[in-house]
Design a protein around this ligand. Structure first.
Ligand SMILES: [Zn+2]
Length: 413
C-alpha cells in the first residue's frame, strides 16, 4: 500500500461530516489539485466522544460510496502506541506511531555502538544536495542524537511489527510522529532519525517531526516564519537525500500535524514541496466540529441557543477542558467574552467570532480555541447535539466544505 503524493488528514469528531469533507477534496480535484483523504482520529478523541475506531471506518466507507470516490482513501489510527493500537487494527489502514514519549529513553544494548559505527562516516562535513552550507557533525553530536532518538525509533519498530503481524506488512501505511514535544527536531536530527528508521527496518511513508514555532489547535501559526521556511525546505532536502542514501520508501514525505488553520505557512509549504517535487501529508485537527457550531449559530433559533449553551458550559468548565490540551492552546481567560454577553449575540455575530477569517473584526482566537477543546460538552449532550447537526446538515455542510477547500487547500496550492 503506497500513499499518494498529497494527502489530507481530516478529523471529524462526531463522524457526521464525511461527505462534506470529501466533497471539498472532489472540488479540489476538479481544480487539478489531487489530495487523497485520510480520516484521522486518536484514541483520546474516541474516549471523550465514546466512539470506536470502527465508526470512523464506517463513516469513510459511506462517504466514499455516496460520492463514488474512485481513488484510495485511508483511516488513520492517529497517535497510537502499543497500549492503544489494538482496537484500531481491524479498521485502519494508516497508523501514526507516536513515539514522542520515548524521546530520550534508554536504547537497547549494543544499539548505540552499532548506530555510532554506521553514523561515523558522516562525521565532519555533511553536505546535503540542495543545501548550500554543509552541516558540521561531531562525534559528540552523534552520541547526543543517539541518546535522544534511538529508544524512540526502536519503540516505533516495536509498534510497527505488532501491526504488521496482525495486518500483514504492505497492507497499511506507517507514519512516525514525534511532534507532540516542546523542542523542534533539526534537519540534522531528522537525517539521523531516518537512518535509525532504516536500521530498525520500518518502511515509514510519512514522518511528522516537531517543527519550529507553535502549532496551536484551530488557530494560525505563531513563530518565526523565515526560520520555519528554512527548516521546512531543509527537511525536504534531507528526506530526499536520506531516501536515496538509506534506500527508504521513495514516497517518504513530511507529515505536518498542523492543528488546522496554519494560514501563514500553508503557502510556504505548498511552494516548497512543488519546488522540490516532494509529497506532503497535512493533518488537520478536529476543527470540523467548529464548523458544526458555526453552522448551528447561523441556523438561528434553537440551534443558535444550543451553540450559546455549548459556549456557556465550556466557559464554566474551561480549566478542566483546557488541561489536556495545555501545550497546544493559548487562551487568555481574562480576554474571553462572558456568556451573558454572548447570550445577546445574533447568529451572525457568533459565527463571525468563531470563524477564523484573519483580520475580521469579530474573530476571537480565544473564543475559537475554547470551543475547540469544548467538544466534550457536545459529546455529553449526546443525541440532542447530533440531531441538531443533522437537522441543519445543509448549512453545516456548507461551512465544512468551505473551510477545507477555501481556507486550507486553496492556501496550500
Ligand atoms: Zn500530532
Amino acid at each position: 500500500m503506497k500513499l499518494e503524493k498529497y494527502s489530507l488528514g481530516i478529523g471529524d469528531r462526531f463522524g457526521q461530516q464525511g461527505i462534506a469533507q470529501l466533497e471539498a477534496l472532489i472540488k479540489a480535484k476538479k481544480d487539478g489539485v489531487e489530495f487523497v483523504p485520510v480520516w484521522n482520529k486518536s484514541n483520546r478523541e474516541h474516549q471523550i466522544i465514546h466512539s470506536e475506531p470502527k465508526d470512523t471506518k464506517v463513516e469513510a466507507d459511506a462517504a466514499v460510496k455516496a460520492l463514488q470516490w474512485d481513488k484510495p482513501y485511508y483511516v488513520d489510527a492517529d497517535h497510537i502506541n502499543l497500549n492503544t493500537v489494538d482496537p484500531f487494527l481491524d479498521h485502519s489502514n494508516f497508523f501514526t506511531l507516536d513515539v514522542a514519549d520515548y524521546i530520550g529513553s534508554e536504547s537497547a544494548d549494543g544499539d548505540l555502538e552499532e548506530f555510532l559505527k554506521q553514523a561515523s562516516p558522516y562525521e565532519g562535513e555533511l553536505q546535503i544536495p540542495g543545501i548550500s552550507k554543509p552541516f558540521e557533525i561531531t562525534h559528540q553530536m552523534l552520541v547526543t542524537i543517539a541518546r535522544n532518538f534511538l529508544g524512540a525509533v526502536r519503540e516505533a519498530a516495536s509498534i510497527y511489527q505488532h501491526i504488521a503481524e496482525k495486518k500483514g506488512a504492505g497492507n497499511f501505511v506507517a507514519e512516525i510522529s514525534m511532534d507532540e514535544v516542546e523542542a523542534a527536531q533539526t534537519p540534522v536530527e531528522l537525517f539521523f532519525i531516518l537512518m535509525m528508521i532504516k536500521y530498525y527496518g520500518i518502511p515509514a511513508q510519512t514522518i511528522a517531526p516537531k517543527f519550529t514555532g507553535r502549532f496551536n489547535k484551530g488557530v494560525d501559526y505563531v513563530g518565526d516564519i523565515a526560520r520555519f521556511r528554512k527548516e521546512f525546505e531543509e527537511d525536504l532536502l534531507v528526506i530526499d537525500f536520506a531516501v536515496k542514501t538509506f534506500d527508504l520508501p521513495d514516497n517518504l514525505k513530511l507529515s505536518v500535524h498542523s492543528g488546522s488553520d496554519k494560514f501563514t505557512i500553508y503557502p510556504i509549504m505548498g511552494e516548497l514541496v512543488k519546488k522540490h517535487n516532494k509529497g506532503l501529508h497535512v493533518k488537520t485537527a478536529g476543527t470540523t466540529w467548529l464548523e458544526e457550531v458555526i453552522g448551528l449559530a447561523m441556523a438561528g433559533e434553537e440551534a443558535l441557543q444550543m451553540a450559546k449553551e455549548i459556549y456557556r458550559r465550556a466557559y464554566e468548565r474551561r480549566d478542566e477542558l483546557c488541561a489536556p490540551y495545555a501545550t497546544v492552546i493559548d487562551i487568555d481567560p481574562a480576554n474571553l467574552p462572558i456568556p451573558s454577553e454572548v447570550e445577546q449575540w445574533t447568529g451572525k455575530k457568533f459565527a463571525n467570532t468563531l470563524r477564523n477569517i484573519p483580520g475580521h473584526p469579530d474573530y476571537h482566537s480565544g473564543f475559537r480555541q475554547l470551543i475547540h477543546v469544548g467538544y466534550k460538552v457536545a459529546a455529553e449532550m449526546g443525541e440532542s447535539y447530533l440531531a441538531m447537526v443533522r437537522k441543519h446538515a445543509d448549512v453545516v455542510g456548507d461551512q465544512v466544505r468551505t473551510n477545507i477547500y477555501e481556507r486550507h487547500i486553496q492556501r496550500l496550492f
